[in-house]
Ligand binder design. Structure first.
Ligand SMILES: CC(=O)SCCNC(=O)CCNC(=O)[C@H](O)C(C)(C)COP(=O)(O)OP(=O)(O)OC[C@H]1O[C@@H](n2cnc3c(N)ncnc32)[C@H](O)[C@@H]1OP(=O)(O)O
Ligand SMILES: O=CC(=O)O
Ligand SMILES: [Mg+2]
Length: 367
């Protein structure tokens, strides 16, 4: 039952006469990397046509990281790219086209929506809304999009993705996810969230060496603790709590969770670790801020050949899917089978759009 102020019977009704019918199920389209670009940056914009087909999602960013003086140029640049780029966005697109609009309290958000939907609404797959505080923000966008879609004669609804980057947004995460059938997913916004929570960090995502636990001190023969002794410390994940909440809220509402930005572009190793933590916890993808983060995201958010080999063995060993069996000294049953099916299904979805991955997964059967 969706947590919305609308009754269950009205939940899937269009919000404006002539608007397309809302989706009943959010399409599971691969979106391992949501690659951000600034459409007002001519060098970046020029690279977009050749990036189609090399990344699951291209996102024209209009919000933070676009200078205030360039907001109009970014919006217009995105309209041009959406209109003129083959294979980008819409039902037949090989790469999805998303945008991140400006925040709803900014001077730009209204014009972002009223410009983009009539101009390139047929190409736009998902609109990312930043700094979402509660269901009321989604309801506002939901109704406005329905009106704009009706006026533009669009045949399919544009989906909505919220960034979780305020304390109130985190507190309201379940109602945000259930606020509209348009809700496609959520991304973690660690930079704004850190500021809003008054965390004492200065980074865009990732860990912090000060957030750690330390091994207990050794004790001497008389039982005294030697607190000055060298002790191993273990850096902890600042984002574990929020990602886990986000994953549960998304799973409950049948929508998709994503990690967000990793700002240390040079540290490709820690970036991969952060992405993998999110993947293992249930996220389906992440943002990419720089071209070199696309390959990292594609690698991490595609199940490994080893995992698929194992998952297929469990599926085969479990026969009709009930009971318990032993495989390599380990017990497998209905629950581990379900985990394996998550991986096998994901591999099939990815293989359908990624020929290189398909070759690797197909080779498992031969080998
Ligand atoms: C907290 C948040 O809100 S995060 C989301 C908002 N932030 C963003 O969207 C940032 C997007 N990324 C960027 O702006 C840039 O990648 C930066 C500023 C991080 C680094 O930019 P640069 O210093 O130019 O990077 P670098 O010199 O390595 O770029 C190499 C090439 O890749 C291009 N490039 C860099 N980033 C991108 C991108 N995101 N998309 C496409 N091309 C890009 C550059 O234009 C450059 O092209 P060139 O070889 O023709 O000169
Ligand atoms: O928008 C992203 C963030 O981390 O803030
Ligand atoms: Mg932000």
């Amino acid at each position: 039952m969706p947590s919305s102020s609308r009754s269950a019977k009205d939940f899937f009704a269009p919000l404006a006469v002539g608007a397309p019918a809302p989706v009943r199920e959010v399409p599971a389209r691969p979106s391992r990397a949501i690659h951000f670009f600034d459409p007002s940056n001519e060098k970046m914009a020029a690279k977009i046509p050749q990036m189609v087909g090399t990344v699951d999602v291209l996102l024209g960013n209009l919000e933070d990281a676009v200078k205030a003086d360039n907001k109009l140029a970014a919006r217009e640049g995105l309209v041009r790219i959406g209109r003129d780029t083959d294979g980008l966005g819409g039902p037949g697109g090989t790469t999805q086209l998303w945008t991140r609009i400006n925040s709803l309290d900014s001077p730009w958000a209204l014009d972002d929506l009223t410009t983009l939907v009539p101009a390139i609404g047929h190409r736009l797959d998902v609109i990312m809304v930043p700094k979402v505080q509660g269901a009321e923000d989604i309801h506002y966008v939901d109704r406005l999009l329905a009106q704009l879609e009706a006026r533009a004669g669009l045949e399919r609804p544009i989906l909505v993705h919220a960034i979780l980057e305020t304390a109130r947004g985190v507190a309201n995460v379940e109602e945000i996810c259930g606020a509209s059938p348009r809700m496609q997913g959520l991304s973690l916004g660690p930079a704004d969230l850190a500021a809003d929570r008054r965390m004492k960090t200065t980074r865009v995502g990732g860990g912090h060496p000060g957030y750690l636990v330390r091994q207990d001190p050794p004790t001497s023969a008389d039982g005294a603790a030697d607190v000055g002794a060298d002790r191993t410390t273990y850096q902890q994940d600042l984002w574990h709590y929020t990602i886990a909440r986000m994953v549960d809220a998304c799973a409950m509402h049948g929508i998709y969770p994503y990690y967000g930005p990793f700002g240390d572009i040079a540290d490709v190793v820690a970036c991969e670790d952060q992405f993998r933590n999110a993947f293992l916890l249930g996220c389906v993808g992440t943002w990419s801020l720089h071209p070199k983060q696309i390959a990292i995201a594609n690698k991490v958010f595609s199940p490994s050949v080893e995992d698929i080999r194992h998952a297929r063995r469990v599926v085969a060993a479990m026969g009709d899917g009930t009971g318990a069996v032993m495989l390599d000294g380990k017990m497998e049953d209905d629950a581990s089978l379900k985990q394996c099916l998550v991986l096998v299904d994901l591999a099939e979805e990815l293989a359908a759009i990624d020929p290189e991955l398909k070759k690797q997964y197909d080779a498992i059967e031969e080998g």
